[in-house]
Design a protein around this ligand. Sequence first.
Ligand code: PMP
Length: 312
Amino acid sequence: MSVADKFKPKERKMKMWSNGKIIVAPKNITSLNFVLHYGSPAVWEGIRCYRQNDGTSEIFRLHHHINRFFDSAKIINLNIPFSKSDLLEACKALIAANGGGDLYIRPIAYSNQDAESVRSKNGHAVNVDIYTFPIPPLHDRKEGGIRVIVSSHRRGYPQFQMQAKTPANYTFSQLAKSEMEMAHVDDVFFMDNQGFVVEATVANIFVIKDGLVFTPPNNGSILEGITRATMLEMFLDTGNLFRHHKQVIQGVGEKNITRADLYTADEVFICGTYAEVVPVVEIDGRKIGDGKPGQLTKMVQNDYQKLVRGIR
Ligand code: PMP
């Protein structure tokens, strides 16, 4: 039985939040929906709730996600008909209504007009729904590291829109899927128009070489991940989580990354809310380091689990 099958029956029973109410049945949208035809205007977020060490449930970085939800909406000019605090409370109420635990949370705001014309109507109705479903614990997912290739598709256009979490941007994931299948790899890395490697399909990239930790800058071609920010904080916070790694980390920061930087790195990992921290052990057929998950990557994986689960 696949992990997806294991979690399916429960998933169908999950309650959702829809325009202010917690309801049981998911509603259907019509195939004439504007967003289905034009990929916009709509925005979404991917958030995780974790069962804590003490048995309670906590949504990790909820404020950050709700802020980015509103930023995405601003970028694509979508008016969300709820306040930030409404949606913060909605996420918490939905988790409580579903009994808490390890859950993925998916808010989406979308235009509910018909696709009669490509030009959206002024004052069109905007729906806000929040779904949640169980997420398998890390140990149920793929162990070890992943193999990737650099994609032939470029992610650098249209520049500013990559910073919005809007469905149209995920055409890239679909393009990547066929490349992944053809190359029999687990993910792809995208380059921007200048040829710098910017991010994975739904995760940001970190490269470690000679004690230096770097990640591509937000020059408009990446989604500025909340996990990426957490990683930077963890690496920089030498007084706290990384106190014991201090001697091996000489510097942390943003830097343009070339394919050569990747091939010659000691360690590479990707990170995102769903993926958490995943070691990359092969890129374009080259082994990274010794072809096994790197030591610092394993440490950060471990420390991230402690952080999200409230373990000191
Ligand atoms: N880039 C893209 C394109 C993504 O979809 C995601 C997942 N949200 C990320 C990066 C990682 O972002 P975060 O850490 O906020 O989940």
